[in-house]
Design a protein. Structure first.
Length: 513
């Protein structure tokens, strides 16, 4: 039976419709992708061929959901830095482009959490409550978007707040030999931000698991986790994770800064960061330079720390204060990486092993430490005493060295030495015990007025505690003027000194009170 033209048209239309539906059903699975192949793999890096369109810093995906960053983009192959457990990978495995750069989750949902640089939670508290992501590599704020550093960031450590002040938006380097208290200063500064409307980001780079656990326990015990984010890589993590950790942490901090908040970020420490980058560069066959570091070792830290700033009021007025930590060897602050960072930052806090061994904690060497910005942001009450205090302490240190030779000293020299010993005693401070601004100012004014000179060295701790306790009775309007006044008035100075004198009456010999 022959078919009519109409029936043939209907058959054709039905077949065409079924073909179109089948094509639409499989359309999501049919997409053009660049797929490459692993040619070789080593510790933390992989060489990949067959991705002609890949860009520098682009993320690529390996089997097992392992990510990598394209670092070397050569004509025949690319060198990829691996960001996860890569032990199951082998030559011949497929590699796919993702078309995006490395980014990290940001937002208020990260506060109180411990995460890795990829944004994966490490604290067992479930998924992160963050809907926004930012690239880990971002350009620093332009010069015209920046404001002067005018507001102090109180560390709670008297020796730093008085003699080496830090302003919000500053970059202050903490350096010293291993086990001299560098991390302790950073953690104490975070603890002191409680109730001061400052958020904190602590970035642990290649640290021992026990050291990270200790830092987390301290922050939890003191109630600091509610305003702190921890970005953690441990010593056994791939070097690629250690390399991207500070950049990821800075993007998290920048998100808060751009909403108008004041943020403190600690990089602990950039020695491990530099070594991880050197390891990756050597494995990728990049030309080595001084101490086998690649030629751009200065640039990787400069572009990181340049992101710390204080934004103009029109842009929210937020600030990002950076405290990078660096480890020296045998007190050599003129080594390659320390001098690089000293030249990038706005000052340094140097911790001396000699002072540490003497029990002077925190072991800050005032002579080798400097703040190139913080004095402009320091409170007027501190400025009123800091100059005299630093000069008296420097004179004491010089004369103390001289007196060790057994020379006969005159009475004035002995007075300077005794006064310096009282200053050193007052600058000592237990770990995790930040001191409030009024208590610090009361002790410093009592020092400059010579009120402690008659106190026995054995009683200095109790005498200092008595002055701090007495400072809690200062009138509220006086305490408010410590924060707002451009100059410490004679009346306020006299009132504080009188309160300190009354507190010290029980520690002075009769006739000296």
């Amino acid at each position: 039976m022959s078919q009519t033209p109409e029936s043939l048209q209907n058959v054709f239309d039905g077949t065409f419709t079924r073909m179109r539906e089948a094509r639409e059903a499989y359309a999501p699975q049919l997409c053009l992708r660049e797929v490459g192949t692993i040619t070789s793999i080593a510790t933390g890096i992989a060489k990949v061929s067959g991705l002609p369109g890949v860009g520098f810093d682009e993320l690529v995906e390996f089997p097992g959901d392992v990510l990598g960053i394209a670092f070397n983009v050569d004509a025949d192959e690319i060198g990829v830095v691996l960001l996860g457990a890569y032990w199951h990978l082998q030559a011949g495995d497929e590699v796919r482009r993702t078309g995006r750069v490395m980014d990290v989750a940001v937002g208020g949902g990260l506060l109180g959490r411990v995460i890795d640089p990829l944004g994966r939670p490490l604290d067992g508290k479930g998924a992160l409550a963050a809907s926004e992501r930012l690239p880990i590599e971002r350009p620093a704020a332009p010069i015209m978007d920046r404001a002067p550093v005018t507001v102090p960031l109180q560390t709670g450590l008297t020796v730093i707040d008085a003699l080496i002040p830090i302003g919000r938006g500053q970059r202050e380097l903490i350096l010293g030999d291993r086990q001299t208290g560098k991390t302790a200063i950073a953690i104490d500064t975070i603890l002191n931000q409680r109730g001061k409307d400052t958020l904190c980001v602590y970035c642990a780079i290649g640290q021992r698991a026990s050291a990270v656990a200790k830092a987390v326990a301290t922050l939890r015990e003191k109630g600091a986790m509610e305003y702190t984010v921890l970005v953690v890589t441990e010593g056994n993590d791939p070097p690629g994770l250690a390399f991207i950790a500070p950049y990821a942490a800075t993007s998290i901090a920048e998100h808060f800064m751009e909403t108008g908040r004041d943020v403190l970020i600690v990089y602990d420490d950039l020695t491990h960061h530099a070594r991880a980058y050197r390891e990756l560069s050597l494995l990728l066959r990049r030309p080595p330079g001084r101490e086998a570091f690649p030629g751009d070792i200065f640039y990787i830290h400069a572009r990181l720390l340049e992101r710390a700033t204080h934004l103009r009021p029109e842009l929210g007025g937020g600030s990002l204060t950076a405290l990078p930590v660096i480890e020296t060897e045998a007190q050599n602050i003129s080594a390659y990486i320390p001098t690089n960072l000293i030249s990038i930052t706005d000052g340094q806090i140097y911790l001396s092993p000699s002072l540490f061994e003497l029990g002077v904690l925190p072991a800050v060497d005032v002579g080798k430490s400097v703040s190139r910005v913080g004095g402009k942001a320091q409170r007027a009450a501190y400025r009123a005493v800091a100059g005299d205090l630093k000069l008296a302490y420097a004179q004491f240190e010089e004369l103390e060295t001289f007196s060790r030779f057994g020379a006969r000293l005159d009475e004035d020299t002995l007075k300077i030495i005794e006064h310096g010993r009282r200053i050193r005693a007052c600058l000592k401070q237990p770990q995790s015990s930040p001191v409030s601004v009024p208590a610090q100012i009361a002790v410093l004014l009592a020092l400059t007025a010579g009120l402690f000179d008659g106190v026995s060295p054995d009683q200095m701790n109790d005498a200092e505690s008595a002055v701090r306790e007495a400072a809690t009775n200062l009138p509220d309007e006086v305490v408010a003027r410590f924060d707002t006044a451009d100059k410490l008035s004679d009346e306020d100075r006299a009132m504080v000194i009188q309160i300190a004198r009354n507190a010290l009456e029980g520690f002075l010999p009769k006739g000296k009170s």
